[in-house]
Design a protein. Structure first.
Length: 575
């Protein structure tokens, strides 16, 4: 059987990242992991989390006992102008940020293993749903996330950082894979470390990721000596939330300058955190920071960032025309300002993110080039009408020559114009020669030359202007309904305990039999024993409570997750 994902609100360029939840594949152990984390966090976060988070838990409809269905979350989030989609683990930074810029919360499909309850570097549904969603119901915080999402979606990364992303994704998969060995994890960490060592500078994407990490993911807020938690990485982590407020973690007052100069480690708990004054401060600071970025400033610096990324990008000129492609070369004048730019491979021209007819990748499949700057005498052609062009001697079916202040010369036979609101943005030339001093930049034998009209590059962004036409229209694929495998013996025990938890009047005999089986067959399986202890306390089964408490205390003496067992006992027995 096939079902079709219907998400018409998802922008074309984000649709390839949408996945399916496959809710029926969550095992009883997965639900127990969710329940443990949520109960722990509810117990600990009262009074230490930002009040917007605790209020939002109710509004978001997240159930403590059961992994949420994204469809239900989507319905709840719609009341505040947000939505949610499932994505498959780590996705590229620009896509991750762009979802949030559009008011869409990306939620990873997986849930952490029981062995990684305390902390996992891999994005999972506990982190995304329980950490990110509730606090979005605060209007100011929601605005901040959309703002930083838009900034992050327009931030350039370097070629080396794209390799780091792949290594980080591989590490997160290895750490959550049941069959991974310690050697597999060591090798994955080593690969990430080597990729990180290749970094020679700090890109826009890295700067924004640091701001995002120290705020949205691991942010504290309020009094630096007695802060509240608002970062999703803290709100969704049993161990990290408690660790964050301890004396082991240094608290620093948040500033943009400090945040962007402080690296972070995704594989371990943090040893220092920043404390923001308020969400208003964060909005003000990140908005001011964005003014320094290529998508706001453009210019030569923007072109260079596009080249350094080695990825598809687009420039927007002051005439409004946009050039998309992989930027490969820039020529500069003696002052270091760009005078000529080139792309390699498929390229396209657009206006207001809509491809110009006849100027897509099928036409410009081998790259594109464009001079930048004024013509001699300070003349600029943007904003010129057809009549004004004729007055300058530039008209259809005539030879025209363009001499730029930079020294670049363009000469050819005018065969077409493209206008936007009656202002010229593109001039097509046949038998065209483009040269700079004695250097030939475009030869008459190479075919048609399309001359972009524009004296300045106003913006540079790490995406193509018109995704659908550049790549072809992206559709949300049909997905197969995957049948859940049969439960193994341990999973069946978790399922049986879960059934008892949901019963008002469970069978005492059944509880006792199940307890004996667990203690005999799985004496170290502490998570399910905690759930049985909870049942014993609720049903006032004193002997059973004593038996389970002793077993769990004994297990915690040597178990690697001793602190989690103790925390679980504390929540149950303090009631």
């Amino acid at each position: 059987m096939k079902t079709v994902i219907q998400e018409p609100f998802i922008p074309q360029h984000l649709r390839p990242f949408v996945a399916e939840q496959h809710y029926n594949l969550y095992s009883p152990i997965d639900h127990a992991v969710w329940r443990y984390v949520m109960r722990q966090n509810h117990h600990f976060l009262k009074g230490v989390a930002h009040e917007a988070f605790t209020d939002g838990l109710t509004s978001s409809g997240i159930n403590i006992d059961t992994i949420p269905e994204v469809e239900e979350m989507r319905n709840r989030l719609s009341s505040i102008g947000w939505s949610a989609v499932i994505v498959d683990g780590l996705i590229p930074g620009t896509a991750f940020f762009d979802f949030q810029a559009h008011g869409i919360l990306p939620i990873a499909t997986d849930i952490r293993k029981k062995t990684n309850i305390e902390y996992t570097p891999a994005p999972d549904i506990i982190h995304e749903a329980a950490g990110h969603a509730p606090i979005l119901f605060d209007e100011l915080y929601s605005e901040f996330v959309k703002i930083i999402g838009n900034i992050g979606a327009n931030a350039f990364a370097s070629k080396e950082e794209h390799k780091i992303f792949e290594a980080t994704r591989e590490l997160s998969i290895v750490m959550e894979k049941d069959t991974s060995t310690e050697e597999d994890i060591r090798l994955a960490k080593e690969k990430l470390k080597k990729a990180q060592q290749l970094i020679t500078g700090i890109s826009e994407a890295e700067l924004i990721s640091r701001i995002f990490w120290w705020t949205v993911e691991f942010g504290l807020i309020g009094d630096v000596n007695n802060p509240n938690i608002f970062g999703a990485g803290l709100l969704s982590s049993v161990g990290e939330s408690k660790h964050s407020l301890s004396d082991k973690v240094k608290k620093r007052r948040f500033t943009i300058e400090d945040a962007i100069s402080t690296e972070y480690d995704v594989t371990s708990m943090q040893n220092q955190l920043f404390v923001a004054e308020s969400f208003e401060q964060l909005i003000k600071d990140v908005t001011a920071f964005s003014q320094k970025m290529a998508f706001r400033k453009g210019g030569t610096e923007g072109i260079e960032k596009a080249i350094q990324s080695g990825q598809l990008a687009h420039l927007e000129f002051d005439s409004g025309i946009q050039l998309s492609g992989v930027f490969s070369e820039v020529m500069k004048d003696d002052n270091g300002e760009a005078i000529f730019v080139k792309t390699s491979g498929p390229s396209a021209l657009s206006i207001q993110n809509n491809e110009i007819v006849g100027h897509g990748v099928s036409t410009h499949h081998d790259g594109f080039s464009a001079p930048i700057g004024n013509l001699t005498g300070g003349l600029s052609l943007e904003n010129k009408t057809e009549q004004e062009l004729k007055a300058l001697g530039i008209e259809f079916n005539k030879i025209a020559q363009f001499t730029f202040e930079s020294g670049i010369e363009v000469a050819g036979h005018v065969t077409d114009f493209v206008f936007n609101h009656d202002k010229v943005v593109l001039i097509t030339l046949e038998e065209c020669l483009v040269k700079y001093n004695e250097q030939i930049l475009f030869d008459t034998s190479w075919g048609t030359y399309d001359l972009i009209v524009g004296t300045k590059v106003l913006s540079a962004r790490p995406t193509v202007a018109d995704f659908a036409n550049f790549h072809g229209e992206a559709t949300l694929e049909e997905v197969e309904t995957v049948e859940a495998p049969p439960l193994n013996s341990l999973e069946q025990i978790y399922a049986d305990v879960r059934t008892i938890l949901n019963q008002k009047m469970p069978s005492i005999h059944e509880i006792e039999l199940l307890t004996d089986r667990i203690l005999n067959e799985f004496p170290d399986e502490w998570l399910v024993q905690l759930e049985l202890l909870e049942i014993a306390v609720k049903q006032q089964l004193i002997p059973l409570k004593s038996k389970l408490s002793k077993q769990l205390a004994h297990t915690s003496e040597t178990h690697i997750q001793s602190n989690l067992i103790q925390n679980g006992l504390k929540v149950i027995l303090e009631k």
